[in-house]
Design a protein around this ligand. Sequence first.
Ligand code: AGP
Length: 593
Amino acid sequence: MCGIVGYIGDKLAQPVLFNCLARLEYRGYDSCGIALKGSRLRVYKDVGGVKELERTAPLLEGTAGIGHNRWATHGEPSQANAHPHCDCSGNIAVVHNGIISNFQQLRQQLTAEGHRFASQTDTEVIPHLIEKYYQGNLEAAVIMVLGDIKGSYAIIALVVGEDKLVVARKGSPLIIGLGDRDNLVASDVTAVLDYTDRVIYLEDGDIGVITANSVRVTNGGTEVSRQESRVRWMVEDAQKGGYEHFMLKEIHEQPRVIRDTLIGWGSLAESAVDLAAMCREAESMVMLACGTSYHAALIGKHIVEELIGIRVRAEPASEFNYCHPVLAKTAAMVITQSGETADTLKATQKLKAAGCKVLAITNVMGSSASRLADYTVYTRAGPEIGVAATKSFMAQLMVLYCLMLSSTDAKASRLADLMAGVRQLPEKAQQVLNNESRIEEYAHHLSGYDNAFFIGRGVNFPIALEGALKLKEISYIHAEGYAAGELKHGPFALLRKETPVIAILAHDNTYEAMLSNIKEVKARQSPVIALVEEGDKTVGKLADYVITVPQVAPLFSPVVNTVALQLLAYYAARERGCPIDTPRNLAKSVTVE
Ligand code: AGP
């Protein structure tokens, strides 16, 4: 949600903080701020993005500081609500990601004790509590504060008079980047890649005291040793690399992502052993996730049912958390790019409490999902910066295909065909990208509408959901994904010349029904853009526009259809002048319920 960063070392902290904040901007971007510790504390913050703040900020001295990108939860985006927040004396500053659930009660108490608050945020109670407990030792004061606050947090605190940052983590991610003569702290590793590839992933309950040349971590009052890890991601992975937007770069990276997953199949196969064992013992499987990852789960359901032959329930984690008793003999899979989505983590906890073994598919090493789950499979997407999930979704699909192909007992001839098909997917995805200029033309056309429907059946129903999600989140065109057969049960009332329908077809048992659905839509005057495989001779006679994708086995059609729909959404949003990488009101990782 929010992004936090801290620096202490031998460099001027201000440019480092701005650079780290710019890399973390995808986590939140309605306001931002920094606090620098020189001979006194200086805070500079405002609504808007990092670049704007950097342009207007005076040069603040100091080689230690903290920074924050905000995604508003408590109080509107405003200068007062932007972080860092300070105590009454202005000597203590704090940045925080998470939610302090008992802040109102604490605020009342502190107000009665004479503390004056400047914002509507939950966070502001923290510097005031530190002020209340501070007796010359920031670490000791923070430990006392943690006894008072409830909720989730990643916190970085600093105080004039002590050359250290004190950090704490519970339920929100926090890493320490280890430098030579300096150290950094951040919500995730992409923030520190310009400075170091050596990181420590903090655990829940950890409190860290960080100076320019030392890191000490305690948990429950005992000093603990947290392993140093090398980050595989390169700094170039988190840069635009000449593309106009991260999203476009990430769409174009998908053939590489597919290839990397296939190359890493060997290590996936080890997870498949766990999965196969899980499935053998289980009577059913549940797949849980949110947003785009939920769409991957819906496709996963098709893949598992077809290749493994057990019944799968795929549900939004946010709904699962409030219904259904969990059956103990359920194999469970959670899918989350960030590994930090609050609803997905809560679902994981619920599954574990019911005695289920959970396999997590995530893109982020050391993420909360990987800590909670019994088994973790890491996707090979690399860092995804655009808020709209693209290559991370593709990487999830590829993991699902590979895991299930490794676990299936399908007939040898069918398996051989599928194996041959999956190996061609990097090239097939590239072929869709080669058709980019044609898709851009259709997107230009689509960009003029205010509403659209996406329809599909079978394994392409989730692709209709995903196509609609991509279009609405980045272009702000209202789009609905629908099971094609459901359209006539209500949404037909909305069909007219101004309501285009994007129909996604595959040459499987849904094809004939889809043709009928297209005819029904056309009879209501709606323009139809059809997505169909090359060589199809029928759909062109029915639809107004046809986007062709390369031929693949129907089970793999989500791969090529996804790339085409991502490009369609991207170019429609570009035509409408939308802020594609940072759509309004959204954040890359949603760490609140
Ligand atoms: C989609 O483009 C979004 N970024 C969003 O729906 C996302 O997939 C969802 O918030 C889940 O995130 P996760 O994969 O990190 O759990």
